[in-house]
Design a binder for this molecule. Structure first.
Ligand code: UDX
Length: 438
């Protein structure tokens, strides 16, 4: 099937390469010439495990092409819209400029019966508005909303073997049948016999995505709230999480207390959800998400406060090794990263911050050139008065305390992701401080 993907960021680039991997003939479109030049040569413009391999095989097979000219989308039958919906400046609401621009640019190149399939995360009500725009254009193209649930770091796997698919279909029965059959043709190879498929209306499809992210964010902030209580009572939040997680109704996943959530999705999606609910006169229904956000932001400061305490309040000129900058492991993404935020706050307090990360240094340096970056963990650790781990990359989790002992100036570690074996570090003579742990 001939497919176009409009927007080749984290979501679109992975989607385009995955659709080619599933056997389709794909054109990826983006306005960013540098990004398109890299993709066209089969090079991933960001770090995502598994993406380089499928990009190369797609480009070499001729099934995967890239262009900056939206006219090249003409001839495709399904057009996935995967542009960003960032937080608006000075507001909680989502900025839909790129979504509207993509649809407007696509309109002259659509043919009757084409399917425009929205993948971007949008405020509920957006699809209905865009469907009116399509109808008014007289192209005869139809719209579906097909939200994406991929996790960075597992994006290819999540796209090629999704845990569920959601199709938000048009209200007109004939258009709905066509939209469903075209989407199912796109995902035919991905749809295992037991992959759940939810076919629904636009509003439900849009809400599924934002409510899934709101739920995940709430789960993380819940356990971080328990960490705050644990901190004043001497309880251990990691044991608490294990114990409540054994209840299958609760489950252990996403009960990792620490520096909190970041990235390009959870923080801005819960804020956009709050803003949209307020517009709909239902602000009180999701008012708790403001607490979820507030708890989350407090945890970054908690890491900084622990660091200040560990240095007896004398931060100025102290050498602090910050291990981790990406918002989570297996990613070079620093959008709203708690780790980078902690590094910047410590620097702001006068610390001599030496930061490192296996993948995110380049992005971090661009945004915060005032920090000192080193690629080698050992270099970051050398002479450090304090070690702060804020992204739980395997190489940090698996680090031997004795290895770090031989390098640092003082054996004090703050485990901002509760990812180290506290007993082993203490046994090696370290002062260990986790979050929500005695
Ligand atoms: C998220 C959703 O998981 C995904 O379904 C959606 O499509 C996009 O948003 P992603 O942003 O890639 O995916 O990251 P995710 O794995 O959800 O982690 C988000 C943040 O939560 C990270 O900063 C992570 O460190 C943090 N986190 C996660 C915790 O603090 N504790 C946990 O237990 C789990």
């Amino acid at each position: 099937m001939k497919i176009s993907v409009i927007g080749c960021g984290y979501l679109g680039a992975v989607h385009a390469a995955s659709m080619a991997e599933l056997g389709h003939d794909v054109i990826g479109i983006d306005v960013d010439e540098t990004k398109i030049a890299a993709l066209a040569e089969g090079r991933a413009p960001f770090f995502e495990p598994g993406l380089p391999e499928i990009l190369i095989s797609g480009v070499n097979s001729g099934r995967l092409r890239f262009s900056t000219d939206i006219a090249d989308a003409a001839g495709a039958v399904v057009h996935f819209v995967a542009v960003g919906t960032p937080q608006k400046k000075g507001s909680y609401a989502a900025d839909l400029t790129y979504v509207d621009a993509a649809i407007d640019a696509l309109l002259p190149h659509l043919s009757a019966g084409d399917l425009v399939a929205g993948k971007s995360t949008v405020p509920v009500g957006t699809a209905a508005r865009l469907a009116e725009k399509l109808a008014a254009s007289g192209t005869g193209a139809i719209l579906a909303w097909n939200p994406e649930f991929l996790r960075e770091g597992f994006a290819v796997q999540d796209t090629i073997t999704p845990d569920r698919l959601v199709y938000g279909l048009p209200p007109e029965p004939e258009a709905a049948v066509r939209a469903e059959s075209l989407l199912s043709e796109c995902y035919a190879t991905a749809l295992g016999a037991d992959t759940p498929l939810v076919t629904t209306d636009y509003a439900t499809a849009e809400l599924v995505k934002v409510s899934a992210n709101a739920f995940l964010a709430t789960k993380i902030s819940f356990i971080n709230a328990m960490a705050e209580i644990a901190e004043v009572t001497g309880a251990d939040v990691t044991q608490l999480a294990d114990a409540i997680g054994y209840d299958v109704r609760i489950g252990r996943r996403f009960l990792g207390a620490g520096a909190g959530f970041g990235g390009g999705c959870l923080p801005k999606d819960i804020r956009a959800f709050t803003a949209r609910a307020e517009e709909l006169g239902r602000g009180e229904s999701v008012a708790f998400l403001k607490e979820v956000d507030a708890i989350n932001l407090r945890r970054r400061q908690r890491v900084v406060d622990l660091a200040v305490d560990a240095l007896d309040g004398e931060v100025n000129g102290k050498r602090v090794a910050v291990l981790g900058l990406a918002f989570k492991p297996f990613s070079d993404d620093i959008r709203d990263s708690p780790a980078l935020d902690v590094a910047v706050r410590l620097k702001g307090l006068g610390a001599d911050v030496i930061a490192t990360d296996p993948e995110a240094i380049e992005n971090s340096r661009r945004l915060h050139p005032q920090l000192d970056y080193v690629t080698d963990t050992s270099e970051a650790l050398t002479g450090a008065d304090l070690v702060v781990i804020v992204t739980e990359w395997n190489e940090y989790r698996q680090m031997e305390p004795a290895y770090a002992s031989a390098l640092v100036g003082a054996k004090i570690v703050i485990d901002g992701r509760n990812c180290l074996d506290a007993a082993a570090w203490r046994a090696d003579g370290w002062t260990y401080k986790g979050l929500g742990r005695p």
